[in-house]
Design a protein around this ligand. Sequence first.
Ligand SMILES: NC(=O)c1ccc[n+]([C@@H]2O[C@H](COP(=O)([O-])OP(=O)(O)OC[C@H]3O[C@@H](n4cnc5c(N)ncnc54)[C@H](OP(=O)(O)O)[C@@H]3O)[C@@H](O)[C@H]2O)c1
Length: 441
Amino acid sequence: MHESGVRVSHGRDARWANGAISTRGSPQVKTEIEERRIIRKMSCGWRKGSWIPHQYQKSQGNQKKVVTKQPSQYCWCSASFLIYISLKFQHNFCITGSDHHHSRSKFPIKISSSNHIPQKMWIFSWNGPTGFSASSTAEQVTRGIEAYGLTAIITGPTSGIGLETARILALRGVHVVMAVRNTTAGHKIKQEIVNEIPKAKIDVMELDVASLKSVNKFVAEYKSTGFPINILIANAGVMAPPFTLTEDNIELQFATNHIGHFHLINGLLDTMKNTAQKSGIEGRIVILSSELHKMSYKEGVRFDQINDEKSYNPLLAYGQSKLANALHAKELSRRLKEEGVNITVNSLHPGVIATNLARHTAWMRVIFGYIVRLMLKNVEQGASTTCYLALNPGVKGISGEYWADNNISSPSGFVNDPEFVKKFWDFSVDLVDRTLTSSSL
Ligand SMILES: NC(=O)c1ccc[n+]([C@@H]2O[C@H](COP(=O)([O-])OP(=O)(O)OC[C@H]3O[C@@H](n4cnc5c(N)ncnc54)[C@H](OP(=O)(O)O)[C@@H]3O)[C@@H](O)[C@H]2O)c1
């Protein structure tokens, strides 16, 4: 043992790291210079520049040992990491395949053949009870469904998951009403879809979901068209912007992701109920949440601090707004069941998909632009759970659930706490009422 208390660990490690050193057998005591030389030698092997530290100090009594990791440890570490990530993201981890058809994320819109193989080859992806998995695409989960005669409203269909959802619904014959804040972009998207699907029936209507005034205007205009509503998809969303208050003085993420949709759905509910009653067809409300709803503030929802700039954390506030989506779906479904209305309400996590959602944060743009785009779901897969919930007969009668990867999943504990859910509903009603009263809308 050297004075410094540093000792090179097991000879076997050293031998593996550099074939020239063979100290197998009992541990050998080295001088400090010798030890450093060996450590340096070991560092210049295949692990040089590795981001995993391959040597670490271990205390043994008042002695310190330099321990070198064995290659098998790297394999186990990597395998465990992959398994952890794949389970954490609910089987979303995959390896990019070579099917060029699907390498696009947004434009130009192409209708792939009905027998296509998903572009990504998934590991740890298996079919759930519905027969679909994380790798199923929106086309696959709606294959064979003819939905002519149904009308759907979808918010935020100018980009990402919403755009693909609008395309698939139109492909299956649904009359799609695109609720967009930018009507020029909306008409452009409509034209793209019609170019690909000439029979598509699409209307574009203006809606800024972050403004209660705009929501009121949309609801009035929609009702004046006399269109029915079979399906309502609350998809529009923003993630992690810097702290911003909307014109209604509500924090932007909470206003866009939850309050605007809450008010919209309440405003259109009577039309949906009439449609369901007259047609005898089950109405469906689909609310886009996120797995990040489990990463909200520790109180779940900060009832007294929704607009508190000082304690605002962009990602936790996103989690809070997505928790709001799951709570909203839970309580609305309970209420509709109680009324005996033929409308289901479900929330979902679409997966992790490279869309424009990361536009507000530079580091997230990098993650979404490279890691997510290459390794996680594509938009066709990202829109599948929404399309499954909107159209698949397998969902009939199922309401109040949280879904991921086309199967029922488990939401956070807050969503399963009936008192919390009810408190949240009352809070939302109160916030909308107060806002409408104060701005005399
Ligand atoms: N991508 C993911 O990994 C992921 C994961 C979990 C959950 N989600 C959820 O999935 C949903 C769709 O997200 P995405 O990934 O498709 O994002 P995206 O590509 O950014 O699309 C968001 C859509 O929402 C619209 N929008 C935003 N604010 C609006 C407002 N005030 N009024 C009306 N429309 C508004 C956008 O319109 P503009 O084009 O005009 O901006 C756009 O069409 C969101 O609710 C998101 O939280 C996504």
